[in-house]
Ligand binder design. Structure first.
Ligand code: CAA
Length: 267
């Protein structure tokens, strides 16, 4: 990532830099080319971090990287399938060689295969569990030992309102998303003494391609249940991730930040 021209740059331990008083770290955002992922990548990069993401589709990613470059954001993109442990280990090795040790991990990659449970096939179940939940094992396992050795880390799971409240047509997705927070609160306990915080963000319905794929009449009913009267914006989720991954947010771990326009207020 380019330091700002007028930045006051200091070199810190482990090859990190401090830019205008902000410590530059390497962040891995899985699924960074998607709707919420792009906003997270953009936000962390604008804060001065080096940001990496994985991809599966070369052509789509090249276009995305070019669009980011037009905004002045340079992203390290590495081929990697989050549902495959070996692919994740290789991906993290490649990122660490190019950009340095991963200090910030955002487990954001996710898919939907919506259908009512009595019609759901095993493939629809396992695709969602593998990509949304097993990915947390695959990617986090590849970075956690380094974070523990360096005694600093920030891990954020991007879960969902539907992991908290369930959703008609999403038994697979809600199970995976609820599982992500179980993962968060266990890792938070195990890694606190190593300076690693682990938190969850649970977005509600945000204006992304994933939500726009919900049939219009179903979406209209969901939007009517949002007290703040609109879908979320990807930047509103990215803002929370930047907060949780900040240097100053060192005493918050095991939390689940619900950002859903008031659609679900359980605690
Ligand atoms: N509560 C009660 N009944 C409901 C219902 C609900 N929330 N939603 C649908 N139904 C009923 C319908 O009224 C209909 O009833 P009748 O048969 O009596 O007319 C029946 O369920 C339709 O059931 P089907 O099994 O025939 O459903 P379908 O095949 O037409 O589609 C569906 C069902 C795929 C679940 C569709 O409703 C849908 O896409 N729902 C949206 C699911 C959703 O919210 N996905 C979120 C995607 S975005 C995301 O996941 C991001 C995030 O984190 C928020």
């Amino acid at each position: 990532m380019q330091a700002r021209d007028n930045g006051n740059i200091r070199v810190l331990d482990l090859g990190k830099q401090e830019i205008d008083g902000m410590t530059q770290r390497t962040a891995l955002v899985t699924g960074g080319t998607g709707g919420i992922g792009s906003a997270i990548v953009r936000h962390l990069a604008k804060q001065g971090h080096k940001v990496a993401t994985n991809y599966r589709d070369e052509a789509k990613t090249a276009a995305w990287r070019e669009a980011m470059a037009q905004e002045g954001i340079e992203v390290c993109t590495v081929r990697g399938d989050v549902s495959d442990p070996e692919s994740c280990a290789a991906m993290v090795r490649a990122i660490e060689e190019k950009c340095g040790p991963v200090d910030i991990l955002v487990n954001n990659a996710g898919i939907t295969r919506d259908t009512t449970f009595h019609k759901m096939n095993y493939q629809q179940w396992t695709d969602v569990i593998n990509t949304n939940l097993n990915s947390c094992f695959n990617v986090t396992r590849a970075v956690i030992e380094g974070m523990r050795a360096r005694k600093w880390g920030r891990i954020v799971q991007i879960s969902s309102i539907n992991g908290q409240k369930g959703q008609y047509g999403q038994a697979n997705y809600a199970a995976a998303k609820a599982g992500m927070h179980g993962f968060t609160i266990s890792l938070a306990q195990e890694n606190a003494k190593f300076g690693i915080t682990v938190n969850t963000v649970s977005p509600g319905y945000v204006a992304t391609d994933m939500v726009m794929a919900v049939p219009a009449e179903v979406r209209a009913k969901i939007e009517a249940q949002i007290p703040l009267g609109r879908l979320g914006r990807p930047e509103e989720i990215a803002h929370a991730v930047a907060f949780l991954t900040g240097e100053e947010t060192g005493w918050m771990t095991g939390a689940n930040l619900a950002i859903n326009g008031g659609q679900y207020m359980g605690w």
